[in-house]
Design a protein. Structure first.
Length: 65
């Protein structure tokens, strides 16, 4: 279970650069999504990882007063 979440999180975090690389034909052998691990916990980790730039996981700016 935790292994699937961590793999999903890792693949989600690396999905954005891999997507850009695949658009330009670089690193075609590396898939964006691991179909072999497809399952509920992997999907959950993948969504957390791929959505993290939008949800501020990488750290956002602090509110200034």
């Amino acid at each position: 279970m935790i292994e699937d979440i961590l793999w999903g999180l890792w693949n989600g975090l690396t999905a954005w650069p891999l997507l850009i690389f695949q658009v330009f034909g670089i690193w075609d052998q590396y898939p964006v999504y691991n179909v072999g691990r497809d399952g509920g916990w992997y999907v959950f980790g993948f969504l957390l990882g791929s959505g993290s730039p939008f949800f501020g996981v990488f750290g956002g700016r602090e509110a200034t007063r």
